[in-house]
Write a protein that binds this ligand. Structure first.
Ligand SMILES: Nc1ncnc2c1ncn2[C@@H]1O[C@H](COP(=O)(O)OP(=O)(O)OP(=O)(O)O)[C@@H](O)[C@H]1O
Ligand SMILES: [Mg+2]
Length: 229
């Protein structure tokens, strides 16, 4: 009788540490993610959530340990190029250009991807259909975030790295974000989200990064301690 081994995780962070600005930010992180999995990164400002995502996106290398994709170190030549094509990156820098209309800002990314046809439906799902022909300067902050989310859908890559994706979204926008995350996972996609705000994600792994520096006594703490009569 043969025993079926569990599949190798799609993404595996094996004892990973990372430096930023010559200081160690992440210490010996171990995470494994299978298709359909979700990881939520939480922690204080400066604790390393964005650093974690940047490292997964390949902008910086682990100072120790290894990141494995399908069992291969992403730093290996030949692997990194394929791995990068799996990633969809959403950050506070929205890479929206004023030269293009709202629709073209999504189509441009689609074109780079060699795809077409999903830009308009994605904008419509995000509630931006009527603004498709406008220039992005007409968009509010939340609408710009919705445009970024429309890009995620149009490009349609399996691993989503989302840095504070709900910032500036209204309640309906957050619901849409939760919906597209759930749908992406149903199709086997992986989602890694750094967030301070609550986002409803079913059965996620949660990694709470410890604060990098102990909190100093603030002016408010001092006032609390003063016995004012
Ligand atoms: N551009 C940078 N250059 C050098 N060091 C940086 C840079 N950005 C951040 N750092 C350092 O890396 C540490 C981790 O920062 P990071 O941006 O990953 O934190 P974060 O958890 O995403 O914080 P936030 O909740 O504010 O988004 C910070 O404490 C800071 O010292
Ligand atoms: Mg951050």
């Amino acid at each position: 009788m043969s025993i079926r081994r569990p599949p190798f995780p799609r993404l595996f962070l094996n004892d990973v540490s990372c430096m930023r600005n010559a200081q160690q930010v992440l210490h010996h992180v171990n995470v494994s993610l299978h298709d359909g999995g979700a990881l939520v990164l939480t922690g204080a400002n400066g604790s390393g959530k964005t650093t974690f995502l940047r490292m997964l996106a390949g902008f910086s290398r682990p100072s120790a340990g290894e990141i494995l994709w399908n069992g291969h170190n992403i730093q290996e030549s030949g692997i990194f190029h394929q791995y990068k094509l799996q990633l969809n990156w959403l950050s506070l820098k929205d890479a929206i250009t004023e030269r293009f209309t709202v629709l073209e800002n999504v189509q441009w990314f689609e074109l780079l991807e060699g795809k077409q046809g999903k830009a308009m439906p994605a904008l419509e799902l995000m509630g931006l259909g009527r603004l498709a022909k406008d220039k992005p300067r007409m968009l509010s902050m939340g609408q710009r975030k919705r445009l970024q989310l429309a890009r995620l859908l149009a490009i349609d890559r399996p691993i989503w790295l989302l840095d504070e994706p709900s910032v500036a979204l209204d309640d309906e926008g957050v619901k849409l974000l939760e919906y597209i995350i759930a749908e992406h996972r149903k199709q086997g996609g992986i989602v890694i989200v750094a967030t301070h705000l609550p986002i409803e994600i079913e059965d996620p792994m949660v990694l709470r990064l410890p604060p990098r520096f102990p909190r100093r006594i603030t002016f408010v703490d001092m006032l609390d301690r003063v016995d004012i009569n």
